[in-house]
Design a protein around this ligand. Structure first.
Ligand code: GLC
Length: 455
C-alpha cells in the first residue's frame, strides 16, 4: 500500500512538471519529457494527449489550466471559410501547439500545427472532438456553464458540427476521413469510416446537445444534430457489430445485390473476412465493433479506443457494451497481456503491412500503432469497465500497469504480442501515460467521476 502511494505521488509530480506556460499561466502539458531522444514535436501540447491530464487536473480542483487550454485552443480554431486548399478547413482544430518566445519583441504567441508540419501531413480530425469532450467535462466538474455559453464557445461548437455535417461526399451517417486522422496518426489502413472517429463524432454530437443554447442562431445545428444521431447509432450498432451470430450471417452473404432490399448493403465479399481466426477468437458471449466499414470493406480488427469510447458514450447498447467487456476478459492475453492495452488486434503482417502501412518500419507487426500496447488506454478501459459493472477488469489492469510503468519510466507504448517489451522508439516520461494511469485510479476510487467522461 505504502509503495502504491509513492507511485501515485511520483506520477503526480511528473505530471505537474510537464505543464507548459503561456505568459506565466498554465496552458497545457508537453507530450513527453524525454531528454534522451530528439523531441521532434513531443515538446508540444497535443489536444488529444492533454485530455487525460486535464481530467486529472479537474478532479484535483486545478481547473485554471483546463480553462486556459480550452480558451487558447478555441482561439486557434480556423474561423474563416477557406477556398485556398493550403489552409485547413473552417472549424478544424490543431493537433498540437507550442508556445513561441519572440525574444526581440519580448512577446509570446501560440503556434498550432494543423498537420501542416506533422510527419505524413496527417489531418487531426479528432482534435475538435476531444475539445468538445473536454469542454463538457469542464462544465460538469466546475458547474461553470457560463463558459460554454459564451458566444465564442457557442460559435466554436457550431463550426465543428458544421465541418462534420455540411459538405460531404457520401451518404452514410458516419464520417469520412483520410488515413491517420486520430490517435493512430500514421498510415494504418484506417481511412474511410474508422471506428475511433465515429465514436468520437457521436460523443461530440451528444455533448453538443448538452452545450448548445436553444436559440435562433443554433436552431439549425441543433436540428441537424438531432436528425443525424438516430441513423448514426443504428448504422454502427448494426453494420459494425461482430459477434458469432453476425459473423454467421456475413459468412453466408450473397453479393452483387442491387436496390433497397439488399441484405448485404455494402457488398462485402465473404472471402475478405478472416473467418477462421474470428470463429476461433470470438467467445460465445462476446462481440465488438469492427474497425471500419465501406464499399466491399469490413475491417475486422479490434480497435480499443473506438470500442471503449463507444461503451462510455452509450453508442453501443447495454448488451453490446457487456459483450465488448466479455471479449476483453476472455481474450485478456491478446488485448491486455503485460500492459493494458493493445491499441488494435491483430497486427497487420507481411503483405498487409506492406500495402496498408506503406512499409512503415515504426509500425512493423506488434509495434507502436500496429498492435502495440498503449498505457494511455488504461483510463478508458477503467471507465468502460466500471460503467458496465466490471470493476475487477479495471482493478486487474491497473495492477499490471502499476507494476511496470514507474520502473520503465512511463513509456509511451510497449511492443510484442503481449506488450512485454518497452516500445522500440517509445518516449519515456510520456505525459498521457502518467495522466492516464492517475486518471484510471481516480475513477476506480470515486466512480462518480464517471459522469465526466460517460454519457
Ligand atoms: C504519436 C501518437 C499520437 C500522439 C503523439 C503525441 O504521434 O500517435 O496519437 O498524440 O504521439 O504523444
Amino acid at each position: 500500500m505504502g509503495e502504491n502511494i509513492d507511485i501515485f505521488a511520483a506520477a503526480w509530480q511528473e505530471l505537474e512538471e510537464s505543464v507548459i506556460y503561456y505568459y506565466n499561466r498554465p496552458v497545457g502539458t508537453l507530450a513527453a519529457a524525454d531528454n534522451e531522444v530528439a523531441a521532434l514535436n513531443y515538446d508540444q501540447c497535443f489536444i488529444r494527449d492533454f485530455v487525460s491530464a486535464a481530467l486529472v487536473f479537474l478532479i484535483k480542483g486545478k481547473t485554471e489550466i483546463v480553462r486556459n487550454f480550452l480558451l487558447q485552443t478555441l482561439k486557434m480554431q480556423m474561423k474563416e471559410r477557406q477556398l485556398d486548399f493550403l489552409e485547413p478547413g473552417r472549424g478544424l482544430m490543431p493537433a498540437s501547439f507550442k508556445v513561441v518566445h519572440d525574444q526581440e519583441q519580448g512577446e509570446q504567441y501560440l503556434l498550432g500545427d494543423f498537420g501542416n508540419h506533422a510527419i505524413g501531413r496527417v489531418t487531426p480530425v479528432d482534435s475538435c472532438f476531444w475539445w468538445v469532450f473536454l469542454l463538457r467535462a469542464y462544465v460538469q466538474a466546475t458547474g461553470e456553464y457560463s463558459l460554454a455559453h459564451q458566444p465564442e464557445f457557442q460559435k466554436g461548437i457550431r463550426l465543428i458540427i458544421e465541418l462534420c455535417l455540411v459538405a460531404r461526399f457520401d451518404l452514410y451517417p458516419t464520417l469520412l476521413v483520410p488515413d491517420g486522422a486520430c490517435m493512430i496518426d500514421r498510415r494504418m489502413g484506417i481511412n474511410g469510416h474508422p471506428l475511433e472517429i465515429q465514436s468520437l463524432f457521436y460523443t461530440t454530437l451528444r455533448a453538443a446537445q448538452e452545450l448548445l443554447i436553444d436559440n435562433k442562431e443554433n436552431s439549425y445545428i441543433i436540428q441537424a444534430v438531432a436528425k443525424r444521431l438516430p441513423p448514426l447509432v443504428e448504422h454502427i450498432r448494426h453494420h459494425y457489430w461482430l459477434d458469432l451470430q453476425r459473423v454467421n450471417v456475413i459468412y453466408r452473404y450473397k453479393s452483387e445485390e442491387y436496390g433497397e432490399e439488399a441484405l448485404n448493403q455494402f457488398n462485402i465479399y465473404s472471402d475478405s473476412i478472416p473467418y477462421d481466426q474470428l470463429s476461433r477468437w470470438l467467445p460465445e458471449n462476446g462481440g465488438y465493433l469492427a474497425g471500419n466499414l465501406g464499399p466491399s470493406h469490413l475491417d475486422c480488427r479490434f480497435f480499443s479506443l473506438g470500442n471503449l469510447m463507444a461503451v462510455m458514450s452509450s453508442l453501443t447498447s447495454v448488451e453490446q457494451g457487456e459483450k465488448i467487456m466479455n471479449v476483453i476478459e476472455t481474450r485478456w492475453d491478446d488485448l491486455i497481456g503485460q500492459m493494458p492495452m493493445k491499441i488494435c488486434f491483430p497486427a497487420l503482417r507481411e503483405r498487409d503491412w506492406q500495402v496498408l502501412t506503406g512499409c512503415d518500419p515504426k509500425n512493423r507487426p506488434w509495434s507502436y500503432h500496429n498492435g502495440g500496447n498503449w498505457p494511455v488506454l488504461l483510463w478508458m478501459l477503467a471507465a468502460a469497465a466500471l460503467k458496465t459493472g466490471r470493476e475487477e477488469i479495471a482493478k486487474n489492469a491497473i495492477e499490471i500497469a502499476a507494476h511496470r510503468l514507474p520502473g520503465d519510466q512511463w513509456p509511451e507504448y510497449y511492443d510484442g504480442r503481449n506488450g512485454r517489451l518497452v516500445g522500440r522508439e517509445a518516449r519515456k516520461y510520456q505525459t498521457w501515460t502518467i495522466s492516464g494511469f492517475l486518471l484510471a485510479q481516480e475513477i476506480i476510487n470515486n466512480p462518480e467521476y464517471l459522469s465526466l467522461v460517460c454519457l
